[in-house]
Design a protein around this ligand. Structure first.
Ligand code: VGL
Ligand code: ZN
Length: 245
């Protein structure tokens, strides 16, 4: 082998080794090393996966039920899981039916700011407010209900729409030494986004699992929500970014 041929042989052999190392078990290990590992100081927040928000419900989110199997799979890797339930009085201020001449998806001004008006949904104790029957997360340790004050809405699982009244979730998570929350559920542009933004406000790391959420999308509200979340330091991830059990 002359010098030139030998150098060519070494380069070729070297490239072959690199390919071998990057395939099969080696590749799987290399990719797994990059994935997000879930620990006991993490919690999964499963936001509002309720009958009213899934197809057939009064405020149905497109494909709202399609995320249920994925949420169940993701939840298996978490020790700490909190579910939320939108939980309104029958005469709730966020219902268009309570405002003469107003239709769903119009807005009104309330003392705490602009309120979108919705079809009646998630009324306390009704079938529409129940968690989707296919959600299978037996280890879930807390169900936090929100929006139960007649005159105040609460998209956020942390803070009501007056931006003052706490639901108690931040205190609970701090008491449990949780540092980071992962969010999934409904709807990306309302309850998921507001909860993720408030998680940051209360000092938690927050990561939204995009493919485990679905949105309502009123006049570009999904894109606007992502923009706001990114600005606030909320990470936008996919379920494939997680090191799942
Ligand atoms: C929600 C609108 C009204 C949500 C709740 O869960 O995103 N959206 N109430
Ligand atoms: Zn609501």
């Amino acid at each position: 082998m002359n010098g030139k041929t030998r150098r060519h042989f070494l380069l070729t052999a070297g490239a072959g080794l690199a390919v071998a190392a990057a395939s099969g078990a080696g590749l799987r290990a290399a990719l797994a090393a990059d994935k997000i590992k879930i620990t006991d100081s993490d919690a999964l927040l499963v936001i509002d996966v309720q009958n009213c928000f899934t197809p057939g419900g009064s405020l149905a989110v497109k494909e709202g039920d399609a995320i249920v199997p994925l949420i169940n799979t993701i939840a298996k890797s978490f020790h700490n899981v909190v579910l939320t339930q939108d939980w309104h009085t029958p005469d709730h201020v966020s219902f268009a039916s309570q405002h003469e001449g107003k239709k769903p998806f119009e807005t009104i001004q309330l003392a705490y700011g602009t309120q979108v008006l919705w079809p009646d949904h998630c009324v306390q104790g009704t079938e529409g407010a129940a968690i989707n029957k296919d959600i299978d997360i037996p280890q879930a340790e807390l169900i936090i209900r929100k929006g139960f004050h007649k005159d105040v809405d609460s998209y956020s699982a942390f803070l009501e729409a007056d931006r003052k009244t706490e639901t108690g979730l931040a205190g609970y998570l701090k008491g449990r030494k949780i540092k980071r929350v992962f969010l999934c559920g409904l709807a990306t542009d309302f309850c998921v986004a507001w909860s993720a933004l408030d998680a940051r406000k209360f000092g938690f790391q927050a990561e939204v699992i995009e493919d485990a959420c679905r949105g309502i999308d009123i006049n570009g509200s999904i894109a606007a929500a992502w923009k706001q979340m990114t600005k606030a330091g909320v990470k936008r991830i996919q379920s494939s970014d997680l090191a799942l059990a």
